[in-house]
Design a protein around this ligand. Structure first.
Ligand code: SF4
Length: 222
């Protein structure tokens, strides 16, 4: 795919699924959380599912876990404009319950399509659900965390979910270490290739056609 088409393709994809009714979560969500970030990102983060604030705002990783993610990105001199952040499920499970297998199986093709469009070099899976989905394993996150896997020419790095640090501050040290690993991987040469580290920002005019149909902030493309 031509780089110049990635934002357009992501935007079209968002418009195509934003009213998805494919699973029961469509009946309880406020907003579908597509994901946000850089369509040209070399690094993609995949979490579990939207929480309460994400559901209300239509954006991934807002609130306290989002602040931790921002701080961790900052610790390796990166920010959200350089990465893409998505979840396994695009809609919030009521009461933040765990995703059901049938929901994951119904929704996963959307994540796979996002990965296909963005074509990141490195995918950091945040926590159990995204790790097990992308590595096609039932092994727990504790045995996989910090190891790298090559799947389809991409590097997969499972790490803990940033929310883990909210409940166990000692996990923050592990997260910081794992983010240094992200930096090492990206500095080791995988930044070469057809993705640019800092892509040009999306221009307001890019949204002209979709104005009135989508909420710009929900797409959150850079
Ligand atoms: S969770 Fe996924 S499959 Fe279910 S309604 Fe939302 S977008 Fe559709």
């Amino acid at each position: 795919m031509e780089d110049t088409n990635r934002r357009e393709e992501l935007k079209d994809f968002f418009l195509g699924i934003k009213n998805c009714l494919e699973c029961e979560l469509s009946g309880t969500r406020t907003k579908l959380v597509f994901g946000s970030g850089n369509a040209f990102a070399e690094v993609m983060f995949v979490g579990e599912a939207p929480g309460k604030n994400e559901d209300l705002q239509g954006l991934p990783f807002v609130g306290r876990a989002g602040k931790i993610l921002d701080d961790l990105l900052g610790s390796i001199e990166m920010d959200r404009k350089q990465v893409f952040i998505a979840n396994v499920l695009k809609c919030r499970p009521p009461g933040n319950r765990d995703p059901k297998l049938e929901e994951i199986n119904t929704c996963k093709s959307y994540l796979f399509k996002q990965i296909d469009i963005i074509n990141p070099k490195l995918i950091c899976t945040l926590g159990r659900y995204s790790t097990q989905l992308l590595l096609e394993t039932t092994e727990g996150i504790s045995g996989l965390r910090g190891k790298t896997f090559n799947i389809g020419g991409r590097t997969i790095l499972p790490i803990n979910h940033p929310a883990a640090a909210l409940y166990a501050p000692s996990r923050m040290e592990i997260l910081e270490k794992d983010f240094q690993r992200i930096k090492e991987i990206m500095d080791s040469g995988s930044r070469s290739g057809n993705n640019s580290k800092v892509a040009p920002k999306i221009e307001p005019s890019d949204f002209e056609e979709a104005k009135g149909k989508i909420e710009e902030e929900q797409l959150g493309l850079f």
